[in-house]
Design a protein around this ligand. Structure first.
Ligand SMILES: [Zn+2]
Length: 487
């Protein structure tokens, strides 16, 4: 079947969301339904990684720091103040996961010329999704809603440069359509020669059902390229720290209660933004240990929920990395300090970045490079945002700082890469121990100290902070895999 389309890319976006049979309807009906349909997700690659823009907070840090209720950071400490705090959600409704603003659809038909005979014939192409199938394979999938219009799908691949498609497209597979719209997704598994990090750009081209239109032809390239997607054989395990509203200042009075913040809620925002950033900018897949306020994981035949994964069995979070075939583990947190004389005691004004590495990562130049890249980019962002004044000291393989009670006791000292051991000679933090014992390199990122008012203020001001931190985290991960240059 041939179809009439208008040449505009925007129109193509909408046409693809329409069932094939819709195109047989009269133009007025089609135009109307097009106007009513939402454009599909933007098919344009987000392109090169850009470091986050800095949004300056409106005022300097208040030297009067908040009370320390619920602020302790030790995941193994049985006390979890704040867990039963006021459940009132502090999040700004408008600031959550705001998707890119889609362009407003234009009227695809020229009212002066509804039957434009110059319109080219065209067969729509689907946008594929990619995923790591194994260390040596990438799976490419696409929907089957156009199967009745398509004879053959061509899986096209090209190399990349700076996380963008580059060079000539090559057809790597032909997949016959079953000629019936709907049903299971179409897919193809691209077997790779080795398990080293590989990144490609993929797109699906089509041969029309009557075999007269082949969208591999150069004339269609500009438009079909818009439906390309990056893919890699890399998968990350993202662990948004804690759960629900753990570690919060809800219900606090006066200055301390300003800018309501919960670590458990904010790390989920960072995690979701990180997953999006990794896929869109670098083509890297990820698994998340939780995607809602709650966390529930099954490991070794047992299911653990919420508090059971924030204290004694926290290592299960790290175990998920191996279970889900991930190459790297990252646990997302914000730090806290306390005026008490306990182990986590530090000056209350302190605000700096700490990257805890597990033993597997500590012994690796590659993963120390990632830890340094995340720490440095977070620090520069925090400095420019006015929430942090100290710097960041890079550490080399096996040269991270052993975290002790006073390791970061100096308010003017730099943040850095640290490691922390327990009395049994294992990683102190359960999340890092779990990933390490399964042989997966892992880090725990303390993005800043939420016990500073300046950080909390920036956190609630907009979506800027968590998106920027996610961009820094993604950049560092990509750097470790050789997909980003030094910055
Ligand atoms: Zn935490």
């Amino acid at each position: 079947m041939k179809r009439k389309i208008i040449g505009s890319i925007l129109t193509l976006c909408m046409l693809i969301s329409m069932p094939c049979t819709a195109f047989a309807a009269d133009d007025a009906a089609v135009a109307q339904s097009l106007r009513e349909s939402e454009p599909k997700e933007a098919a344009v690659l987000s392109g090169k990684s850009e470091m986050p823009k800095v949004q300056k907070p409106g005022e300097a840090e208040n030297p009067r720091d908040p009370k320390q209720a619920g602020a302790l950071e030790n995941p193994e400490d049985p006390k979890q103040p704040g867990a039963s705090e006021n459940p009132e959600d502090p999040e700004q409704p408008g600031a959550l996961e705001n998707p890119e603003d889609p362009k407003q659809p234009e009227d695809p038909k020229d009212p002066e010329d509804p039957e434009n005979p110059e319109e080219p014939d065209y067969t729509v192409v689907p946008k594929p999704t990619t995923s790591k199938a194994s260390a040596k394979a990438i799976r490419i999938s696409w929907d089957s809603s156009q199967d009745d219009c398509v004879d053959t799908y061509y899986v096209m691949r090209r190399g990349t440069k700076d996380n963008e498609g580059s060079g000539a497209w090559k057809t790597i597979a032909k997949v016959k359509s079953d000629k019936e719209a709907g049903g299971p997704k179409n897919s193809y598994t691209n077997k790779l020669g080795s398990s080293k990090t590989q990144q490609y750009e993929y797109k699906i081209c089509t041969l029309s059902e009557d075999q007269t239109v082949d969208t591999r032809e150069e004339v269609y390239a500009e438009e079909t390229d818009l439906y390309a997607a990056l893919g890699t054989n890399i998968k990350i395990c993202i662990d948004p720290g804690h759960y629900e509203s753990i570690n919060n200042n809800y219900g606090w009075s006066g200055e301390d209660g300003k800018y309501p913040y919960s670590e458990g809620a904010f790390t989920l925002k960072i995690g979701k933004a990180l997953k999006k950033e990794l896929k869109e900018v670098y083509g890297i897949d990820s698994y998340m240990t939780r995607t809602t306020d709650r966390i529930s994981l099954t490991y070794g035949g047992r299911t653990y929920v919420n508090g059971n994964l924030d204290q004694g069995n926290v290592s299960v979070r790290g175990r998920m990395a191996k279970k889900k075939d991930c190459d790297f583990f990252i646990s997302l947190h914000t730090n806290s300090t306390s005026s008490s004389k306990k182990i986590w005691s530090q000056p209350k004004s302190v605000n700096k970045v700490y990257i805890f590495v597990n033993q597997k990562a500590h012994r690796s130049a590659q993963w120390m490079k990632t830890a340094n890249a995340i720490g440095k980019s977070l620090t520069e962002y925090n400095q420019e945002s006015g929430i942090q004044t100290t710097g960041f000291t890079k550490r080399t393989k096996n040269q991270a700082v052993l975290f002790t009670n006073l390791a970061n006791d100096e308010p003017d000292g730099n943040g850095t890469v640290v490691y922390r051991m327990n009395s049994r000679g294992s990683d102190y933090y359960g999340v890092l121990r779990g990933s390490h014992e399964d042989g997966v390199p892992g880090i725990l990122v303390e993005h800043a100290f939420h016990t500073t008012k300046a950080m909390r203020k920036l956190a609630v001001a907009s979506s800027e902070l968590y998106k920027s931190w996610a961009a820094c985290d993604a950049y560092g991960i990509a750097r470790g895999f050789g997909l980003a240059d030094a910055w």
